[in-house]
Write a protein that binds this ligand. Structure first.
Ligand code: PDD
Length: 283
């Protein structure tokens, strides 16, 4: 088992991987990415991640790279790393060109992939829930594209960390959007509520799977806008994301929640059952 990096076909240890200084990813953040995890050497929800990557590439009109090629390179790197529970980071940039805002011609994109062991989940967080703070959403207007432009996310997350919280819940135009690097759900009177898909949220893969879990469990799901006051008045709240699955929220600023709440717990249980079934399925 070893950490590996892939840059346009060259596989090395991550510390030996090189990209050119004129790469547009470095100069402009002109690129997109995906984070996929594996359980027991098997990618979790790969089709959904590759579909989203395909969409991000298309939205930025970043062409010249085939999604099947990216998927094959990612699978090969994971196999070569022999890391059972891995975090696969995939990044595609518009490649190397002298710094120029306009994109008249496009050379070959740069494909970077790393395979690393996933850092152990914090069982306390799953058991007792996490604290979050509420902050203005400072991001650009197309956060549905999983682009490399993560300054707003990073700064909000940093503020959360400084406040001793796990996440910053973001608010734009008087409405809750999502966490800085997570999707957000609230539960009120048994109804599971999350923001509708659109330019203001990243359409999370875990978000979609948890909505399916809720539907299987016969719960009512509403994808719609809601204000911070509705979050504060909710019975339960929870976060979702690829790396951890489902985390109950124990506090939003000074407001405490019963974490994890009953509905959060049943969604978490079904989600992990699905993960386990996929992990243990015969190959
Ligand atoms: N973050 N919202 C934002 C802004 C995110 O960055 C992420 C994922 C999510 C959850 O999406 P998913 O369920 O597909 O992981 C929601 C990744 C993991 C990251 O940037 O590291």
């Amino acid at each position: 088992m070893r950490e590996l990096a892939y840059v346009n076909g060259v596989v090395t240890a991550p510390e030996d991987a090189m990209i050119r200084i004129d790469d547009r990813g470095l100069q402009f953040g002109d690129g997109v990415y995906e984070v996929i995890r594996s359980y027991a050497g098997r990618l979790w929800a790969p089709e959904r991640h590759f579909t989203r990557l395909h969409r991000s590439l298309a939205e930025l009109r970043l062409d010249g790279i085939d999604i099947a090629h990216i998927a094959a390179a990612a699978r090969d790197l994971l196999a070569e790393s022999r890391i059972p529970d891995a975090l696969l980071y995939i990044q595609v940039t518009r490649g190397v060109k002298p710094r120029d805002y306009a994109v008249e011609t496009q050379g070959p994109p740069t494909l970077v992939i790393t395979a690393r062991p996933i850092t152990a989940l914090n069982p306390e967080r799953r058991l007792r829930g996490v604290r979050v703070i509420v902050r203005p959403d400072p991001r650009w207007a197309r956060v549905d594209i999983k682009s490399l432009n993560l300054l707003g996310n990073m700064m909000a997350k940093h503020e959360a960390a400084e406040a001793g919280a796990f996440e910053a819940v973001l608010v734009k135009d008087g409405l809750v959007t999502e966490g800085a690097s997570t999707s957000l759900f609230i539960v009120t009177d048994g109804v599971v509520i999350t923001r509708e898909q659109g330019p203001h949220i990243l359409s999370g893969v875990t978000r979609a799977l948890v909505i399916e879990c809720a539907e299987v469990l016969g719960m009512c799901v509403e994808e719609r806008p809601y204000a911070p006051a509705e979050l504060m008045a909710a019975d339960e709240a929870f976060l979702t994301g690829t790396t951890f699955g489902v985390y109950g929220i124990a506090a939003v600023d000074a407001r405490r929640f019963p974490a994890p709440g009953a509905i959060t717990s049943s969604l978490d249980a079904l989600y992990h059952q699905w993960v386990k079934e996929e992990r243990d399925a015969p190959r």
